[in-house]
Design a protein around this ligand. Structure first.
Ligand SMILES: [Zn+2]
Length: 70
């Protein structure tokens, strides 16, 4: 019943990521932050996914104008 191997933890965390893994992670980050997913409803400016997360259907500029009168 006793399996010594099952107690072994995965070795991933003790390994350093390869440069290839770092590059693909950077690619994911770049993709999420720079991919144009929509345009501002107000001025038509292209918006990235992270803009949408932050400001919804307006770009940052129009969001500030709309909600804070800036
Ligand atoms: Zn706008």
């Amino acid at each position: 019943m006793y399996k010594p191997n099952s107690k072994k933890r995965p070795t991933m965390e003790s390994k350093k990521p390869t440069s290839n893994q770092i590059a693909s992670f950077a690619e994911v980050v770049r993709h999420v932050h720079h991919e144009i997913v929509t345009t501002c409803e107000y001025c038509g400016r292209p918006m990235t996914r992270s803009d949408v997360n932050d400001y919804g259907s307006f770009c940052e500029t129009c969001y500030m104008k709309e909600y804070y009168g800036l």
